[in-house]
Design a protein around this ligand. Structure first.
Ligand code: GTP
Ligand code: MG
Length: 157
């Protein structure tokens, strides 16, 4: 089953939006497989956004992501990588559709509340660098949960 990495950025944590964001993924039918509140080290932020290194806003971006605790999550489910990006909405919150996280909760690209992996490979890489410890433990625990609900939510196809 596919997995993706979702991170509530420092503004989302500070504004008390973690519950709302988690709730949207839960209601959609995805399964939470790992979660951690942590202060992103500068080195990890630089690694995470390395494709944007040459952009003019890059120094501001690193400062933003490291400005306070973030909530990192691993989510699992059918089509979760693309679906998470849809639930999150466009990078610029003013262009994000109402009903999406950014469309409902933000107005600035530089304070857009949440990150979602743009590919399954990046999802694995980003989970490995953050919540993998919790994820492995949770996978065992939620295997029992999957069996109990007949696999209906996270789906085995
Ligand atoms: P992420 O899920 O965070 O990766 O966002 P994204 O995939 O929608 O956009 P992208 O990867 O292109 O950019 C990563 C992040 O850099 C964005 O989410 C913004 O926080 C920030 N960013 C992108 N473009 C701008 C910009 O023009 N100005 C500022 N200040 N920040 C930007
Ligand atoms: Mg991106």
């Amino acid at each position: 089953v596919e997995e993706t990495y979702v991170m509530v950025k420092p503004d989302g944590v500070q504004r008390g939006l973690v519950g709302d964001i988690i709730s949207r993924f839960e209601k959609k039918g995805f399964l939470l497989k790992g979660l951690k509140l942590f202060q992103c080290p500068k080195e990890l932020a630089e690694e995470h956004y390395k494709e944007l290194k040459d952009k003019s806003f890059y120094p501001k971006l690193i400062k933003y992501i490291t400005s306070g605790p973030v909530v990192c999550m691993a989510w699992e489910g059918i089509g979760v990588v693309a679906s998470a990006r849809k639930l999150i909405g466009a990078t610029n919150p003013l262009q994000a559709d109402p009903g999406t996280i950014r469309g409902d909760l933000a107005v600035q690209t530089g304070r857009n509340v949440v990150h979602g992996s743009d590919s399954p490979d990046n999802g694995h890489r980003e989970i490995a660098g953050t919540v993998r410890d919790g994820f492995d433990a949770a996978t065992e625990a939620s295997d029992g949960f999957d069996a109990a609900i007949g696999g209906s939510l996270c789906g085995t196809q």
